[in-house]
Design a protein around this ligand. Structure first.
Ligand code: PMV
Length: 337
């Protein structure tokens, strides 16, 4: 059996605009999805994913016909988030040139689903890593990122950037602009994450921004403004010492940009009342800045605060179901003992 894990991520800034070729800076966080894979001696796939659905969901398919889940099962898979596991299995089979390989797969994830923390990317990256290792065909983090991107692209009908999958595969802070993905230096920023218990529909939210952009020139300008803001943020990060504690000036400047970014995302219609309320609770508690992370519509916000004030305030905010501090994860995908 091979066990691999991959981290979730927050967007420091740049989500949505990254879909249109603007740069984005996601940062991997120490909340991981763990995928255990064991090769079977038939071509079936058995997936047990207690954290991807309601109660200890297990699904088994393949080994007859074309080896794919049938349509009804496939619908259930999409709803359960297991479509991502299936896409990862397909990528692993393809990478190892083993189209008939069967697997027992178990997924455990500490990353809330569909909440802007890259849960699906982490599952796909860790799944492809564990399955290709089981087949004796390990891939580099860059190859894993590419395969994971293709898997997400298929499941999300083409609505995916490379940001999540690259960040989960390589870890740390990264910069993504179109096909150009690279790690960048960043100090360990004091992220606080607030979760409203809900999830956003990434496909719908991305489509909504696309419609706005097509209808209004100023919405297209708003997307470009996010790109300008990210470029500014990158220069601020580049001037910081990655090995030192972040200075007050750095946190103040990054926080200001996060606030600005949230305002632009709100203008693009991807925030929600619960996300806004959490963002305001964080700001009022003294956070340097706060914004939604990921697709929006519901899910998580990320704030910058080195003191306990934001965590405490969010704990007493009605809309906030969970709050936690998130360290920058220097490791991307890795094998677990
Ligand atoms: O909600 P998440 O973590 O899947 O992030 C979506 C980010 C978008 O920019 C809206 C879409 C994308 O694929 O980059």
């Amino acid at each position: 059996m091979t066990v691999s894990s991959a981290p979730g991520k927050v967007y420091l800034f740049g989500e949505h605009a990254v879909v249109y070729g603007e740069p984005a800076v996601p940062c991997a966080i120490e909340r991981r999805a763990t995928v255990s894979v064991e090769v079977r001696d038939d071509s079936r796939v058995r997936v047990t994913a207690p954290d991807l659905s309601l109660d200890g969901f297990t699904v088994e398919y393949g080994g007859d016909g074309d080896g794919r889940p049938d349509v009804n099962v496939a619908k259930g898979l999409v709803e359960a988030g297991i479509a991502y596991v299936d896409a990862a299995v397909e990528q692993a089979r393809d990478a190892a040139d083993a189209p008939d390989a069967g697997f027992d797969v178990t997924v455990e994830s500490a990353i809330p689903l569909g909440a802007g923390l890259g849960s699906s990317a982490a599952v796909v990256v860790a799944g492809i890593d564990a399955a290709t290792r089981e087949l004796g065909h390990p891939l580099s983090p860059e190859e894993l990122a590419e395969r994971a991107y293709r898997a997400e692209y298929d499941v999300q009908d083409g609505q995916a950037s490379r940001a999540d999958t690259f960040c989960c595969a390589v870890g740390g802070a990264v910069r993504v602009e179109g096909d150009d993905c690279r790690r960048i230096d960043a100090p360990n920023l004091p992220f606080v994450v607030g979760f409203d218990g809900g999830a956003g529909d990434t496909g719908k939210l991305v489509a909504g921004v696309r419609e706005l952009r097509e209808e209004y020139g100023f919405a297209a300008d708003t997307v470009e403004s996010i790109g300008d803001l990210v470029r500014h943020g990158e220069s601020v990060l580049a001037d910081a010492d990655p090995a030192a504690e972040p200075t007050d000036e750095l946190l103040a400047e990054l926080g200001r940009l996060m606030d600005f970014d949230h305002g632009l995302l709100e203008a693009l219609g991807v925030s929600s009342r619960t996300l806004d309320n959490m963002v305001w609770a964080a700001r009022e508690a003294g956070a340097h800045g706060a914004k939604l992370t990921g697709a929006g519509g519901g899910g998580c916000i990320v704030a910058l605060d080195e003191t306990p004030e934001t965590e405490t305030a969010l704990r007493y905010t009605a809309e906030c179901q969970d709050v936690f501090r998130a360290e920058l994860a220097p490791d991307g995908v890795r094998v677990e003992e």
